[in-house]
Write a protein that binds this ligand. Structure first.
Ligand code: GLC
Ligand code: CA
Length: 531
């Protein structure tokens, strides 16, 4: 799976904003990479308070991105290349500019009133102290009717009331509208929140959540050849099985986020940084690799539009950029589950470094800045957090070539292109047979050819240095060994075994004899062991 963030992928008309025609122009590139499906971040009509995650019309395309005819053409052109389009389904909330909400807020007896979560204040106070993910109270007072509405994200993203069957049916109808257009499935935005009970301050994993998903499955995609993946921040392996056990008829798989929280201080927020411990990463991955058994399915990812670039985050984006990006790719793609690549990851795009808050577009970072300034943090501290974790890191325009604005646009890009595009770009990657791109291409090809990668069981090697992440995959009597040096130092590795072949590596070395080896910084290899 390859995630496209349309705003930053390819502009086709010079307005500085990526669009659907731009994506169509780049399908051959994605075909060359070898992917099977595109997860398309939202392209629906939206006032863009949260870059399309605030939808004002689910059945119209955002004017900046094109028209419904362009969308149909994208689906069709992708189909011609055996690529499916997975739509982003944002149904925990709508935009406050959605006609449902405009009706809902207009009067207490409007038929759409109950489409959203309205509460009376308590003696002129907010219903309770629930907080929004984007900071501040999750309750917004609304003048016309003198009540509060719930918004777990921005004030312009009022939460839908899933307890109302009319809401659910309206959503299912909308999903069927898209299924009928020939899409390949849905990525479900913050779906673990839809069973919320705000009065008890339950947001994630509410009691009705799985009933709703089973109902949704039955009324929309169930029994069809469609892929569904839920964004579930609160999932443990046990919870992930509830969503993804095929017998339960809910989703194909979920995104779990345990590994991406490992560099934050426990109990604090994503902005409170601490260094990653590789030992913890091993533990978390091993847990997810083994505990789902045959009752659940993993998705595998380092990046998305909300996360910083992995090569900058846990690799090395200077001296060892290429080595470390390949190591990270090999480590992830040899695991059990469905891998997701975020646009630009396949060429090793890096975080952007900002000097000032005026360079920020992302609502989450902006709100955090205001909040922390008011709490007495220094600007330097706050900018360090944004440079490490801000969502704009992943949202800078795709770097296609060495021409002005990296070939993303002929106009002024909505978010500045990174200066390093002269070196890091698709054209350079395609021209260099040792580029990161070809490692990703090969990994995708391997996954299509070796059932061991899909089905093999996982076993962690424990007698390695802490920063060497090594594991076996076993399948039908065959064993592969994956060895990754997760550090910028040489590391020893030794195993009294020989191999029958090297599957993939980020060096030119021979891997016949595995005893007494010294791994280079970020060295990674995959071998098939002799029996
Ligand atoms: C998800 C999206 C994120 C968005 C939020 C609210 O976490 O990935 O980009 O801001 O939901 O829709
Ligand atoms: Ca455009």
């Amino acid at each position: 799976m390859y995630q496209v963030y349309p705003r930053s992928f390819q502009d086709s008309n010079g307005d500085g904003i990526g669009d659907l025609t731009g994506i169509i122009q780049r399908l051959d590139y994605l075909k060359k990479l070898g992917i099977s499906a595109i997860w398309l971040s939202p392209v629906y009509r939206s006032p863009n308070d949260d870059n399309g995650y605030d939808i004002s019309d689910y059945e119209q395309i955002m004017a900046e991105f094109g028209t419904m005819a362009d969308m149909e053409q994208l689906i069709h052109e992708a189909q011609q290349r055996e690529i499916k389009i997975i739509m982003d389904l944002v149904v925990n909330h709508t935009s406050d500019e959605h006609p449902w909400f405009i009706e809902s807020r207009s009067s207490k007896d409007n038929p759409y009133r109950d489409f959203y979560v309205w509460r009376k204040g308590l003696d002129g106070e907010k219903p309770n102290d629930l907080e929004s993910t984007f900071l501040g109270s999750a309750w917004q007072f609304d003048e016309p009717t003198g009540e509060y509405y719930l918004h777990l994200f921005s004030q312009k993203q009022p939460d839908l009331n899933w307890e109302n069957p009319d809401v659910r049916n309206a959503i299912y109808n909308m999903m069927n509208f898209w299924i009928d257009k020939g899409i390949g499935g849905f990525r479900m935005d913050v779906i673990d929140l839809v069973g919320k009970i705000p009065d008890q301050k339950i947001t994630g994993n509410g009691p009705k959540l799985h009933d709703y998903l089973q109902e949704m499955n039955a009324k929309t995609f169930g029994g069809k050849d469609l892929l569904t993946v839920g964004e579930t921040w609160g999932a443990t392996p046990e919870i992930a099985k509830l969503y993804s056990d095929p017998k339960r008829n809910e989703l194909s798989m979920v995104f779990q986020f345990e590994h991406v929280s490992l560099d934050e201080q426990p109990g604090k927020s994503k902005w409170d940084l601490r260094p990653l411990q590789i030992a913890e990463l091993k533990k978390v991955f091993s847990k997810w690799q083994t505990e789902l058994d045959d009752q659940g399915w993993n998705s595998l990812f380092w990046n998305n539009h909300d996360l910083p670039r992995i090569v900058s985050r846990w690799g090395n984006d200077s001296t060892y950029r290429i080595q470390s990006a390949k190591m990270l790719a090999i480590l992830l793609h040899m695991l059990k589950g469905t891998p997701y690549i975020y646009q630009g990851e396949e060429i090793g795009m890096t975080n952007r470094v900002i000097q000032d808050i005026t360079e920020v577009e992302d609502i989450e970072s902006k709100n955090m800045y205001i909040d922390r300034i008011s709490k007495g943090y220094t600007k330097t501290e706050i900018l360090a957090s944004i440079n490490a974790k801000g969502r704009d890191n992943a949202r800078t325009p795709m770097q296609w070539d060495n021409t002005e604005n990296a070939g993303f646009t002929t106009g002024k890009p909505w978010l500045a292109v990174q200066d390093n595009y002269h070196e890091i770009n698709v054209a350079n990657a395609l021209a260099d047979k040792n580029s990161i791109f070809y490692t990703y291409q090969k990994l995708i090809e391997l996954r299509k050819n070796y059932p061991l990668i899909i089905w093999g069981s996982f076993e962690l090697l424990t007698n390695t240095p802490e920063t060497v992440f090594a594991y076996y995959r076993h399948y039908q009597g065959e064993t592969w060994l994956i060895v990754c040096n997760f550090s910028n130092q040489e590391q020893p590795f030794s195993l009294e075994k020989t191999t029958t072949k090297t599957i993939i590596a980020n060096t030119e070395k021979e891997y016949f004899d595995l005893s007494d080896r010294i791994l280079e910084p970020y060295e990674a290899f995959v071998v098939c062991l002799a029996r």
